[in-house]
Design a protein around this ligand. Structure first.
Ligand code: TYD
Ligand code: MG
Length: 456
């Protein structure tokens, strides 16, 4: 029998040590070291071998045509990948169960992908279940092969025999290596199997999409090392109760991580939402106090979202504060600025802030709209349904300039708004926008007066 070696692996950072400790020496997390038994044979295999066995070359002599992209046939997916999938890359798609990872990848398989041979390995569903889902999604691609398998050796053999160009592994947590002495989904299994898939992918220039479930803390279950190994990490987010889904890149070796893809889960699978602003603003109450429209940039795309606030007199002590979609600390700061610089005693009130559609606005450009929504609720006066607001709020109540103002204003004008409140000293030269009146303000007092009249 092969000799066994015991190591302790941190479930947070994937660090390996030979002794157990209460605290991981690498990342400092408590109680995360797990005992892992390795066959000395498999540990030897793990440490040897390289993907590339070539000599160093001069950078300027390298062939730049090596990065060949192909479209996934899903425009929003292409956008997040940086303009299509790169041949030979390994993409990890993470997300909570039931969010739509399998649906997205299966829909991609339904597109022709330039006649590429595709292998869909499913460890979670049977072939029959997959076929039923494909039929429902209207997928009929002659180049799509399906394999219901969880053993890594069998999967790699199938890849060897079929020689597909695109492989989908759904999901990495179900795949296991018989030689590794731990349960499927455990750190060692996930890492070992990803390593072997990666080796096969780089060898044959395969494009691989790997599905990974996320755990309670929101990171991909198993080791963080998984994220270091792959070329691209995408997270599929959204509330299961709403049909809105956002695909976000956390890491991308071939493009920026700013772009988001917006989808809607419909009866026949995921639909791309090319105009997220229209969807986010639909069903907005007219002339209702406590709401204002903000504009944030998601990559190169301006997105309009409605910020709502409800301010009600509390019980006088222990004011309740809740914030959804706006950072809690940021909203606390805005409440304090409004109290001190805007003269509204909102500090003692209960306040609830919410961004419609489950979107997170983590850009300071949404400050002004948030503060106007709070003031509007406090005064019980609407800001007006034809108004949007852009600007960062400083601690002395001043409104500061934000980047890419022209792009934001053109989206606001496109969506039919008549007025927009903007910082008085804007950084850029502001163009003309048809039908849009620009109201320049220096501080929150002016902004409140401009849309709700003077506050006594
Ligand atoms: P799924 O892709 O199975 O999620 P994951 O692989 O991330 O666990 O998505 C399942 C959810 O999507 C399920 O709750 C039902 C819903 N759904 C639709 O609404 N319409 C559809 O056409 C499909 C295929 C799924
Ligand atoms: Mg699934």
């Amino acid at each position: 029998m092969a000799k066994q070696k015991t190591v302790y692996v941190c479930s947070d950072c994937g660090n390996e040590t030979s002794n157990w400790a209460g605290k991981c020496p690498a990342c400092g997390s408590w109680n995360t070291l797990q005992e892992v038994k390795l066959d000395s044979k498999s540990s030897q295999k793990r440490s040897s071998g390289s993907f590339y066995s070539q000599k160093p070359k001069k950078l300027n002599e390298l062939d730049t045509s090596a990065e060949i992209r192909f479209s996934t046939g899903i425009s929003e997916f292409d956008r997040v990948l940086g303009g299509g999938a790169v041949e030979g890359s390994l993409v990890l798609v993470g997300g909570a169960p039931g969010i739509g990872k399998s649906t997205l990848l299966l829909q991609m398989c339904g597109e022709e992908l330039g006649g590429k041979k595709i292998l869909y390995v499913t460890g979670e569903e049977s072939e029959r279940q997959l076929k039923l889902r494909a039929t429902r999604l209207g997928i009929d691609n002659g180049d799509l092969y399906v394999l219901a398998e969880t053993d890594i050796d069998n999967i790699l053999n199938a890849i060897q025999e079929l020689s597909p160009e695109v492989v989908i592994i759904d999901s990495i947590q179900t795949v296991s290596d018989g030689e590794v002495n731990s349960a499927p989904g455990s750190i060692t299994q996930v890492r070992e199997c990803t390593m072997r898939i990666m080796r096969a992918a780089k060898d044959k220039s395969l494009t691989v999409f790997v599905v990974g479930h996320i755990n309670k803390e929101g990171s991909i279950a198993g080791p963080k090392v998984l994220e270091h190994m792959v070329d691209c990490v995408l997270y599929f987010e959204g509330e299961r109760s709403t049909s809105f889904r956002i695909l976000r890149a956390a890491k991308n070796r071939f493009g920026s991580t700013n772009e988001i893809g917006v989808f809607e889960m419909a009866e026949k699978g995921l639909k791309c939402v090319e105009n997220p602003s229209e969807m986010l603003l639909s069903g907005r109450p007219e002339n209702c106090p406590g709401t204002c429209v903000a504009c944030v940039m998601e990559g190169t795309r301006p997105i309009l979202a409605e910020v709502q606030a409800l301010v009600s007199p509390g019980n006088g002590y222990n004011a309740a504060r809740r914030s959804n979609g706006i950072d809690y600390n940021r909203s606390a700061m805005l409440l304090a600025v409004l109290e001190k610089r805007g003269g509204m005693p909102v500090g003692k009130c209960d306040s609830y802030i919410n961004v419609i559609g489950g979107l997170s606005l983590d850009e300071p450009a949404a400050d002004l709209a948030t503060i106007l929504a709070i003031a509007s609720s406090f005064l019980d006066r609407p800001v007006g349904g034809d108004l949007a607001a852009i600007g960062e709020v400083g601690l002395s109540g001043e409104i500061r300039s934000v980047s890419l103002l022209n792009q934001r204003l053109s989206e606001i004008s496109r969506l039919g708004f008549n007025r927009c409140i903007i910082p008085a000293n804007a950084r850029d030269d502001i163009g003309e926008f048809k039908g849009l009146k620009l109201v320049k303000v220096k501080n929150i007092g002016e902004a409140i007066a401009a849309c709700m009249g003077k506050h006594e």
